[in-house]
Design a protein around this ligand. Structure first.
Ligand code: ZN
Length: 445
């Protein structure tokens, strides 16, 4: 064998060790249906209003009809996969005195569908959309509020992801959920986050999809490729000690939600190169809220996935014609091929995470006053190996990596600890990787 062939073989083997080689990610992208998302947004918009405090008795109008339809839809999907989904309502009662945006006492009802993982049933990756909508006056629960983009688009995306992913089996559990009470004060997210905490769920992360169907900004910019991934820098639940450690060891932009954002960014660039994922280094849009936040509040990783260009005449607006502008969040403003792309982004990331082993719990880093950084981690059941990532301190993405096999420590020769940030991910048998873990311990000689 000549030298060239030998080195090509070595190269191919390395490639195989480093990359996920499962065709199913491409199949999942292909399977997401524009037509089904379109049909579902139409049905949701046709409930007239889905205001959280709207009619719950009617079968044709209001949030009661909407949530029953969503539940029925999840049950139909479950029937097609041999009852692979556990479908139920998760609800909490709110009273008028708790918050300004509650017009009368009522139930906040979420619709939950769980696709149980085969190997790690208590690990959950969650995709949420919202059931509820609003018009100009957030307290008006009677006027038309079709909420086609905000947020029937995200809701339809979650239902479609369930259709596509329920044809596969995964090691970790996937949760598809319609949350309620978003516009009134993030009640549904708070309710489900508390439920997850109480049940001891090991939450891998939350993908909050809120407005995934608008491609024309209020300024006229049209862009059907870009979308935003919002993530907070560090968890609000961190301790004073953790904050103090950051001053000396770094980690200001490396919290668990940020790592989840990087994961989605990377997976999208790898498998959907036509898309332009934009990481936004903040919790949410300036001063505004979304349903990932209540999960973040309890220490869970969570991000918001959203269109890049918003049209403010088409969100939270009464339907009307004013100065030649058609106000209102109506069906005809939604771009369905784009909503399908963002649904696919969710689906491939959930499939990847639910196929990957858990990340190492402890990652220690050393190499102070040495020429080489050293990493040490605890091994994970189900991992075939580990991958060390690093990047310049100014880079948003994990630009360098090294697969090291089934080891529990490794020295990166010649890579100085001071000049990069580091992390470690677990790698499963098919090459699926966990989220990267930023070091949470220091190795001292
Ligand atoms: Zn809204």
């Amino acid at each position: 064998m000549n030298q060239l062939i030998k080195s090509s073989i070595v190269f191919l083997i390395c490639l195989n060790l480093n990359a996920q080689t499962d065709q199913k990610i491409y199949d999942i992208i292909e399977a997401v249906s524009v037509d089904r998302i379109k049909a579902d947004v139409q049905i949701l918009a046709d409930f007239g209003t889905r205001h959280t405090f709207s009619d719950t008795v009617s079968n044709t109008r209001g949030i009661g009809a909407a949530r029953r339809w969503i539940k029925k839809e999840f049950e139909l999907i479950s029937k097609d996969c041999n009852n692979c989904l556990e479908v139920f309502y998760q609800k909490d009662f709110v009273t008028k005195d708790v918050k300004k945006r509650v017009p009368h006492d009522g139930w906040i009802v979420n619709v939950v569908a769980i696709q149980r993982g085969s190997k790690y049933p208590n690990r959950y990756i969650i995709m949420s959309g919202d059931i509820d909508s609003r018009a100009s006056d957030v307290m008006d629960f009677s006027i038309d509020a079709p909420g086609a983009n905000d947020n029937a688009s995200g809701m339809a995306g979650a239902i479609e992801a369930a259709r596509v992913l329920s044809t596969y089996k995964f090691e970790s559990s996937i949760v598809y959920v319609g949350l309620s009470g978003e516009e009134q004060g993030l009640f549904g997210g708070a309710g489900l986050a508390a439920y997850a905490k109480e049940k001891g769920w090991d939450v891998i992360g939350v993908f909050n999809n809120d407005m995934i169907g608008n491609i024309e900004g209020v300024d006229g910019v049209i862009d059907n490729r870009s979308f935003r991934i919002f993530s907070e820098p560090v968890p609000p639940t961190e301790t004073d000690r953790e904050r103090e450690m950051r001053r000396f060891y770094g980690g200001e932009v490396d919290g668990i939600s940020r790592q989840l954002a990087r994961y989605v960014h990377k997976t999208t660039q790898t498998y959907m190169p036509e898309m332009n994922p934009m990481m936004v280094y903040r919790l949410d849009r300036f001063g505004r809220g979304g349903h990932h936040r209540p999960f973040n509040d309890l220490g869970f990783a969570g991000i918001r996935i959203m269109e890049a260009h918003e049209n403010y005449t088409q969100q939270h607006q009464d339907i009307r014609l004013e100065d030649g502008i058609n106000y209102g969040d109506t069906f005809e403003h939604v771009n369905f091929p784009y909503a399908a792309k963002l649904t696919a982004v969710n689906a491939i990331n959930m499939a990847s995470l639910a196929s990957a082993p858990p990340p190492p719990k402890t990652v220690a880093i050393g190499g102070i006053v040495e020429a080489s950084a050293k990493l040490k981690w605890d091994k994970v059941d189900g991992a075939k190996g580990y991958k060390i990532y690093w990047r310049d301190t100014t880079s948003p993405t994990w630009d360098h990596s090294r697969y090291v096999g089934d080891l529990e420590e490794f020295t990166l020769n010649g890579i100085v600890i001071d000049n990069s940030y580091f992390g470690v991910a677990s790698v499963g048998k098919d090459g699926y990787e966990s989220v990267v873990v930023f070091p949470n311990s220091i190795l001292r000689n």
